[in-house]
Design a protein around this ligand. Structure first.
Ligand code: ADP
Length: 553
């Protein structure tokens, strides 16, 4: 595993640096340096296809696609996109598809054409998807929902609402249509280079506007290789594809195994809702590696503790997205002794995970660190003036090196706030995570929480400010505050408070939110107040609001 952290940079490089650069370099830890073997993962994948075209690449239910089939279908998509003006100039292509082998071919085809993948979800409100397409200046939208069924009509209406929100309306096409249009088109030369943009994943934004994190091919390949290395993914290994398309986790769940001759197994959302069925599928498909969010692992373990079973193929499980509590890890090792549990930490803006803690036995301490740095990744812990905090003191975690994304798409202001110059490597930038942590003496980091109102519910990243802003959009609502209720025994939930003029019920507010926010962002409880509790300096007193939750409404 790549977890040994070397402090600072190589010695000879240091002598050429200014005193300030040296101080910064001494304050950082670096995961192992490892040159990238290619410009993009597409080159590595192409080699696999050439050598083992008939191996299994993607499975979904009874559907099984070989590397060759995936390659041919994605080539057709790439050619069809060319006919729609995707010419390798980083044109953004929105995708509103269910997870399926065809979806994976679409993602691959977009990248082969030199386009940029922007995922959206069929079940998300058209208004929110529209904000993403507009912000991303989408050129084309790919969907598989243009059929006659009621569900398809509903999704088509959402897609229509989304594209109508764009000043320059993107073309809406199905993969089938692209394939039909592909015949006469010359295959594009896949433009390459590690600095080319690969994808944009949107995350919640506190102002009410989602932010689209842009990730380049070099960062992406680095991340895929780190996952392969630390999770020990090899030829023939099956990785479960469990994450929704709008989660960047879904990317490595697909492509990490494909770079080493393994396969990805798409596990549908409704199967995941029923733990017994989920474990059946894991066992039946021979899943060896999977990554879940802690809240799901909690439910899975509760099931297995009642009804012990252990899919024999499982070899490593990773959790990510939220703090891993020692108790959950202990329960893991009680139910699955000998199977490593990897705490993966990172953020969408730094190409997903940047640190891994690989546990092979139950933790003895009162916390689990987020581990050591992945290859080619640097980290800092910074004080309030964005200077290196003393070793061991709490501060904001920042990442630098190859993992750092290009910024937020078409959003210079928010990019400049979060992506700032890296003083140790002039000309490059570091990403300020907003997370608080501290260095442990061995180069690992202990995660201590957030410095803002960003929360996680079932692993989904939510800025409570985005929900509050949408509430203020409901007619009559004057003030809004959203807090997390973590008092229950199980998953946390969002609770909203509001002040309003006239007759505005909680149901009215809910109806307004459902129109513009995905399900997981709509508060479970919405309560009207006569006055907002304030702190001594006049801010909404969130602690007091959270305390009210344990009292009856
Ligand atoms: P991802 O790239 O994994 O999808 P998101 O961008 O959705 O991540 O969320 C990133 C944030 O999630 C981090 O800044 C941190 O607050 C939290 N987070 C992610 N992984 C962990 C972890 N292992 N432990 C604690 N917090 C985590």
């Amino acid at each position: 595993a790549a977890l040994a952290a070397d402090p600072g940079a190589p010695h000879d490089a240091r002598s050429l640096l200014s005193a300030e650069e040296t101080e910064w370099q001494l304050s950082t830890f670096l995961g192992r340096t490892e040159p990238l073997p290619a410009d993009s993962f597409l080159d590595v994948l192409a080699e696999r296809v050439r050598r083992h075209p008939d191996d299994l690449a993607v499975a979904h239910g009874g559907d099984r696609w070989s590397y060759r089939r995936l390659d041919e279908r994605s080539d057709q998509v790439a050619r069809g996109l060319r006919a729609h003006g995707v010419l390798g100039e980083e044109e953004v292509v929105g995708v509103v598809m269910d997870r399926s082998p065809e979806w994976i071919a679409a993602v691959l085809g977009i990248l082969k054409a030199g386009g940029v993948y922007l995922p959206a979800r069929p079940d998300f409100p058209g208004e929110r998807t529209g904000r993403q397409f507009r912000r991303g200046e989408c050129r084309v939208v790919l969907t598989d929902h243009l059929g006659a069924s009621a569900e398809h009509r509903q999704v088509a209406a959402r897609v229509e609402e989304a594209v109508a929100a764009c000043p320059r309306r993107p073309a809406v096409v199905t993969v089938r249509e692209l394939v039909a249009a592909s015949g006469s088109v010359r295959p594009p030369d896949t433009p390459s280079g590690p600095g080319r943009l690969a994808y944009v994943y949107f995350t919640s934004g506190s102002t009410g506007e989602p932010k689209g994190a842009m990730i380049e091919h070099g960062s992406l390949l680095n991340h895929l290789l780190a996952k392969i290395e630390d999770l020990g993914i090899g030829p023939g290994d099956v990785v479960a594809q469990t994450a929704p398309a709008c989660f960047d986790i879904s990317f490595w769940q697909i492509f990490a195994p494909l770079l080493v001759g393994g396969s990805t197994r798409i596990v549908d959302a409704d199967t995941q809702l029923d733990i017994a069925r989920f474990l059946d599928e894991v066992e039946h498909a021979g899943v060896r590696v999977m990554q879940l969010v802690p809240s799901y692992l909690d439910v899975l373990l509760a099931h297995v503790e009642r009804d012990p079973r252990r899919p024999p193929s499982l070899r490593a499980v990773s959790v990510t997205g939220e703090a891993l509590k020692p108790d959950l890890a202990r329960r893991w090792f009680a139910a699955f002794p000998g199977i490593p549990l990897v705490n993966a930490y990172g953020a969408t803006e730094v190409a997903d995970d940047t640190m891994h803690e690989i546990l092979v036995e139950p933790p003895r301490q009162g916390f689990i660190s987020v581990g050591g740095l992945l290859r080619n990744v640097y980290a800092y812990v910074l004080d309030d003036r964005l200077r290196p905090a003393p070793l061991g003191a709490p501060g904001q975690i920042a990442f630098a090196g190859i993992c750092v994304g290009r910024g937020y798409i078409n959003d210079e202001e928010r990019t400049a706030r979060a992506f700032v110059p890296d003083p140790a490597r002039p000309g490059t930038r570091m990403y300020l995570t907003g997370d608080i942590g501290r260095w442990l003496p061995d180069g690992r980091i202990e995660f201590l929480g957030r410095r803002d109102q960003q929360v996680k519910i079932q692993g989904f990243r939510i800025e409570t400010g985005e929900v509050e802003n949408r509430m203020l959009g409901v007619s009559g609502v004057r003030e809004a505050a959203v807090v997390v209720d973590a008092s229950g025994p199980h998953e946390k939930s969002l609770v909203a408070f509001y002040l309003a003029d006239g007759e505005v019920t909680g149901d009215d507010v809910r109806a307004g939110l459902v129109r513009s926010l995905p399900d997981y962002m709509v508060p479970t409880r919405i309560r009207r107040l006569d006055a907002m509790p304030l702190t001594a300096n006049g801010k909404v007193d969130r602690l007091r609001l959270a305390r009210q939750l344990t009292s009856p409404s």
